[in-house]
Write a protein that binds this ligand. Structure first.
Ligand SMILES: Nc1nc2c(c(=O)[nH]1)N[C@H]1C(S)=C(S)[C@@H](COP(=O)(O)OP(=O)(O)OC[C@H]3O[C@@H](n4cnc5c(=O)[nH]c(N)nc54)[C@H](O)[C@@H]3O)O[C@H]1N2
Ligand SMILES: Nc1nc2c(c(=O)[nH]1)N[C@H]1C(S)=C(S)[C@@H](COP(=O)(O)OP(=O)(O)OC[C@H]3O[C@@H](n4cnc5c(=O)[nH]c(N)nc54)[C@H](O)[C@@H]3O)O[C@H]1N2
Ligand code: SF4
Ligand SMILES: [Mo]
Length: 679
């Protein structure tokens, strides 16, 4: 059977599932898919372990213990749905429908199970809208200011690059199917440079590693522009034809000489000089820009600044040059048909998912009285978990969780409902690291009484008495609606074709060089090095460096108490909190990488239990003294379920609910802490 990896990962792999007598016995990567190329990652190659895991939630359940304790008794689906409809009607009568909040994110990225019947249901209900910002919204907004949208390079063109910057991304862990293209480019002589505060397994494999301080990327980009303008290395013809604001940008870049940038970034000035010259002269030059740098106060501006670079040097002229943030916005999918925005009552409020702690403990008018969680595990992944958990403990909050596993959030549920995994349902997918529309067939029957998200919300709509015809739509008819578009890139791509072929490439020109001759989707139609729109939105219209909110530069008093910057990027075997229950044996256990200098100053040795703390909270981990972490920066590979940690707390007990400069994104890596021995 053809399957698609549903997880939040750019690669969206094509899988082949072998089924014998109704049981899936093997999953492997499809050798014919142009980016999957026959291999799955360390996590999903073990997907059967996940599907058939003893910890699966297989029946509807009602809480019997205290909130957070995770004790339940089985009930029937009818009882569960009746109770939800009854409680929702009561809450709506007393508080209005906006007292109900859906909370979903990226458990599955399938269009059907994350973007269709669920959205229709909550829109019709009149529930508060959720701003789904926790991952990459800062960069999406930041890049759009420069080029008009977040559309950029095609993964399949990276092999033609001569310079590749892996900027704020741990490719071998979080985007492994880009790596064969990087390797192919290298075989033809390309140099590959990692820009990352941590010596990741990717940085180790690169020709060069620039270990800058977290949250200083915009300064580095401006330093590169300084050198490029100063030495006349820019593509003046490209800027004349296709850009606005060349002179203003050059003036701004003049304020960032290499020695100033070196001091901000904590790297040698010579590295800035050399990087600029190499980037501007060894073309095509490709930048894989990922999410690491976005999780800081200035994350949007950092992406905005970097996405000006390929216009300054004319890198966009080649399909193997430019920037890739993600490919999601290249797909002209009909989201309006899938989600039915017209069902939203006018004036409905929007709440930002990053602020769940505040939402559950402070928001009134109306307060949130019901939380409906699916495709997400906020009690592990959201920032400032002390506050989130205080909210989830509220006796007057009715919490429903639709899940595959007993996650930290599931433990707080009043009603816990069983969800199918990818092998048990159908779905349609688009990639965010490739350009294929894909179909996932149901390989096996649902286990236990598990049902897919679409079925759950169809049934709930019936229980609430919603009679609009869109609540009758089958999964396949919604998949057809998603492809209904006038856009030429979807012409001829029908559901039948996607089902038959498994993966169908968008009709984009190949090779895909979206801005080779301008064609930016900004208001001016040009790359906006100076952006009047940013000025109107209250931002600096030119690229600038915004220091982290928590740093010696912007909060010296806080820095004096908490002098270490803590970042918490993904563990190799985990996918956010997913897989941490199934594959924990491959990770070291909750641990903290700390540089020998910082460890010695605190008399910390490898293997010692340490407490990592700030004013928001604390968690325990085992110290790993290593030069993988640079001085001043500590690293907690993530995300552990709280239930697998020594003290029931993971890194998000220290992270902040403060949001990014644009897009309302999370600032997980803008986080000062102190570390002390705990054993
Ligand atoms: N195995 C695995 N794969 C995953 C995930 C996972 O959890 N596990 N998560 C998936 C998801 S949801 C996403 S969004 C992506 C995320 O994947 P990436 O975009 O790769 O993002 P992160 O891992 O958050 O950060 C990448 C790197 O940025 C570095 N970094 C941190 N701060 C900064 C900074 O200020 N500047 C720079 N230049 N670098 C910085 C980190 O050390 C890290 O190595 O990966 C997806 N793939
Ligand atoms: N400190 C720190 N925190 C972070 C990050 C970080 O780097 N550091 N990364 C952030 C990022 S980039 C992201 S994207 C978020 C991710 O946040 P989430 O999207 O909440 O990610 P997961 O932890 O993978 O949880 C998804 C849950 O959905 C469930 N699920 C899977 N498929 C289905 C389904 O079909 N139906 C239902 N009902 N449930 C399903 C899974 O079992 C899993 O428990 O975390 C963020 N949190
Ligand atoms: S690399 Fe990403 S898309 Fe591919 S199987 Fe692993 S998690 Fe899924
Ligand atoms: Mo993410």
């Amino acid at each position: 059977m053809r399957s698609v990896c549903p997880h939040n990962c750019p690669d969206t792999c094509a899988m082949l599932t072998t089924v014998k007598a109704g049981r899936a016995v093997e999953v492997r990567g499809d050798p014919d898919h142009p980016t999957t190329r026959g291999f799955l990652c360390a996590k999903v190659s073990r997907y059967l372990e996940r599907t058939y895991h003893a910890g699966r939630v297989l029946h509807p359940m009602r809480r019997v213990g205290a909130k957070g304790e995770g004790r339940f008794e089985p009930i029937s689906w009818k009882e569960a749905l009746d109770e939800i409809a009854h409680r929702f009607k009561e809450i709506i009568a007393e508080w209005g429908a906006q007292a109900i909040l859906p909370y979903s994110f990226s458990g599955t990225l399938g269009l059907l199970h994350s973007n269709s019947m669920d959205r229709r249901f909550f829109h019709k209900l009149g529930a508060s809208l959720l701003d789904r910002t926790i991952c990459g919204s800062a960069g999406v907004v930041g890049m759009a200011y420069s080029v008009g949208s977040s559309m950029g390079m095609d993964t399949e063109c990276f092999d033609g690059a001569r310079t590749i910057l892996l900027w704020g991304t741990n490719t071998l862990t979080s985007n492994p199917h880009l790596w064969p293209f990087v390797t192919a480019a290298r075989k033809r002589g390309a140099r590959v440079i990692a820009i990352d505060p941590r010596k990741t397994r990717t940085a180790e494999q690169c020709d060069e590693h620039i270990a800058l301080l977290p949250g200083t990327d915009a300064a580095l980009a401006l330093g590169m522009m300084h050198v490029i303008f100063r030495d006349g290395l820019g593509d003046e013809d490209y800027m004349d034809r296709y850009c606005v604001g060349r002179n203003e940008l050059a003036e701004r870049a003049a304020e960032y000489p290499p020695d100033r940038v070196a001091a901000i970034c904590g790297i040698p000035a010579a590295s800035v000089e050399a990087l600029a010259v190499e980037y501007a002269t060894c073309k095509p030059a490709a930048i894989r820009l990922n999410f690491g740098m976005q999780r800081h106060a200035g994350g949007g501006m950092a992406v905005r600044a970097i996405s000006c670079l390929p216009a300054v040097t004319g890198a966009w002229r080649s399909a193997s040059g430019g920037v890739q943030l993600w490919t999601y916005e290249t797909f002209p999918v009909n989201h309006a048909a899938l989600q039915r925005f017209e069902l939203i009552p006018p004036g409905t409020r929007t709440l930002n998912m990053v602020e769940l702690g505040r939402i559950l403990t402070e928001v009134t008018d109306p307060p949130v009285k019901a939380l409906f969680v699916y495709n997400s595990n906020p009690a592990s992944v959201a920032p400032d978990l002390e506050r989130v958990k205080a909210g989830l403990r509220r006796e007057d909050l009715f919490t429903v969780v639709h899940e595959q596993f007993h996650t930290d959030t599931a433990n707080f549920a009043d009603l816990l409902l069983p969800a199918t995994t990818q092998l048990e349902h159908v779905d349609m997918h688009i990639g965010y690291g490739h350009l294929y529309v894909m179909w996932n067939a149901a390989a096996i029957a649902p286990l236990g009484e598990a049902i897919p998200n679409t079925d759950l919300f169809r049934r709930l709509a019936a229980h609430m008495g919603f009679s609009d015809p869109c609540f009758q739509d089958s999964d396949e008819s919604m998949a057809r609606q998603a492809l209904q578009s006038e856009h030429p890139w979807l012409a001829g791509i029908t559901l039948e074709r996607v089902q038959a072929e498994g993966a169908v490439r968008l009709n984009v020109p190949t090779p895909f060089a979206p801005y080779a001759e301008g064609g930016f989707s900004t208001p001016s139609g040009k790359c906006e090095l100076f952006s009047a729109r940013m000025a109107r939105d209250g931002h600096d219209p030119l690229p600038t460096w915004t220091p982290p909110r928590e740093s010696s530069a912007s909060s010296p008093e806080l820095f004096a108490r908490y002098p270490l910057a803590l970042i918490s990027p993904p563990g190799h075997y985990f996918l956010n909190s997913t897989f941490s229950n199934v594959l924990a044996r491959f990770e070291k256990g909750p641990h903290l990488e700390i540089h020998p200098i910082d460890a010695a100053a605190r008399s910390i040795i490898s293997g010692q239990r340490v407490r990592i703390r700030n004013d928001r909270g604390a968690f325990l981990a085992d110290a790993v003294v290593t030069e993988r972490a640079r001085p001043g920066v500590v690293v907690a590979p993530s995300l552990w379920l709280s239930s697998l940690t020594p003290d029931g707390r993971n890194v998000n007990h220290t992270t902040s609910q403060a949001v990014t400069d644009m897009g309302g994104g999370a600032t997980f890596y803008d986080n000062l802490v102190e570390v002390e021995g705990a054993s």
